[in-house]
Ligand binder design. Structure first.
Ligand code: NAD
Length: 336
């Protein structure tokens, strides 16, 4: 299969590119990415020269360039990861989220439709469902009820993807997954942020009292799920992806400190995020029963390996933390 991956220089996209080249050696991949602050080609350094891989620097809002690339490479399928993806940034600067996540997805859908793409997989998030109380799970039938500008923009893009299936018959799938963790994640997200701060003995900023619950999914398990949906997903269908790994944020932070042998006194509770969803939890029954997906990684080993990865990839961390990241960190948490 000839696949266009958007956002392949980001956290999940780069893991997906690597996963596909390893498991489907006959496939050809074009990674189309604008290289925003979150895009980093160093995450793909080991495969830059792979004969079945090519990088194209481009913005998903640029329909003309996208069309040219799709034609030139005879693209058959699109896996769409590119997005502005950080909730805190969306609270500070919502416009960029609407432009990339909503408008960008619509431009990409038009290119897919006009180019007669055979499959379009849209990678979305469980955050579009809003928040849960202390019980229950999100199913694919849970009404969309986003609470942040980020999740609202993802919900907008999900509805456009759905509409292109209903209106134009485009063969689409939407995947909605829980919080990913693993190698190559930008250090503004919870797990890498805490690991890197702890390594430097800096305070670990935890929102509110750390009671918020997230359902953690190893990025490799996520990539395997997206791959299954790409090849076998029923046209038009939504698939929830989650590992039944619910953890309170404070417990995740304590686990990280334990793995690193650092004291809990580094934890610093900070003012809660506005509109902070209390709990996310996914019911993955559909993808388990229809496509035979099951997560392989347990959170305990996955977290230990992830901590180890950050410890042994300090240079990668230093480079991605420079420049733009410093500006954001100061805006969000004050200081440096
Ligand atoms: P990321 O922020 O690490 O990467 C996003 C990538 O998209 C970057 O490489 C960036 O350069 C690129 N990009 C941004 N704007 C672009 C544009 N206009 N044109 C082309 N490329 C652009 O994100 P991620 O964590 O890898 O998430 C990937 C997808 O998965 C997103 O759609 C996100 O909403 C979804 N998702 C992520 C998580 C998670 O835990 N990380 C959970 C659920 C869903």
């Amino acid at each position: 299969m000839r696949i266009l991956v958007t956002g392949g220089a980001g956290f999940i996209g780069s893991n997906f590119v690597r996963y596909t080249l390893l498991h489907h050696p006959d496939d050809t991949l074009v990674n189309y990415d604008a290289l925003t602050y979150a895009g980093n080609l160093e995450s793909l350094q080991d495969i830059q020269q792979h004969p079945h891989y090519q990088f194209v620097h481009g913005d998903i809002r640029d329909g003309q360039k996208l069309s040219e690339i799709v034609q030139k490479h005879g693209i058959e399928a699109i896996v769409h990861f590119a997005a502005e993806s950080h909730v805190d940034r969306s609270i500070h600067e919502p416009a960029a989220f609407v432009e990339t996540n909503v408008l960008g997805t619509q431009v990409l859908l038009d290119v897919a439709r006009q180019s007669r793409i055979q499959k379009f997989v849209h990678v979305s998030t469980d955050e579009v469902y809003g928040t849960l109380g202390s019980t229950g799970y999100f199913t694919e039938e849970t009404p969309l009820s986003p609470n942040s500008p980020y999740s609202a923009s993802k919900a907008g893009s999900d509805l456009l993807v759905r509409a292109y299936h209903e209106t134009y018959g485009l063969n689409v799938n939407i995947t909605r997954c829980s919080n990913n963790y693993g190698p190559y994640q930008f250090p503004e997200k919870l797990i890498p942020l805490m690991i890197l701060n702890a390594l430097e003995n800096k305070p670990l900023p935890v929102y509110g009292t750390g009671e918020n619950v997230r359902d953690w999914l190893h990025v490799e398990d996520h990539c395997r799920a997206v791959d299954l949906v790409l090849r076998s997903g029923v046209p038009g269908r939504v698939y929830n992806i989650g590992g039944h790994n619910e953890r309170r944020n404070i417990d995740v932070v304590r686990d990280i400190l334990r793995v690193l042998g650092k004291p809990e006194s580094l934890i610093q509770f900070v003012t809660d995020r506005p509109g902070h969803d209390l709990r996310y939890a996914i019911d993955p029954t559909r993808i388990e029963q229809e496509l035979g997906w099951k997560p392989i990684h347990t959170f305990e080993t996955g977290l230990r390996e992830t901590v180890e990865w950050y410890v042994t990839h300090q240079e990668w961390c230093e480079r991605v933390k420079s420049g733009e990241y410093q500006r954001f960190y100061a805006l969000q948490y004050g200081g440096d």
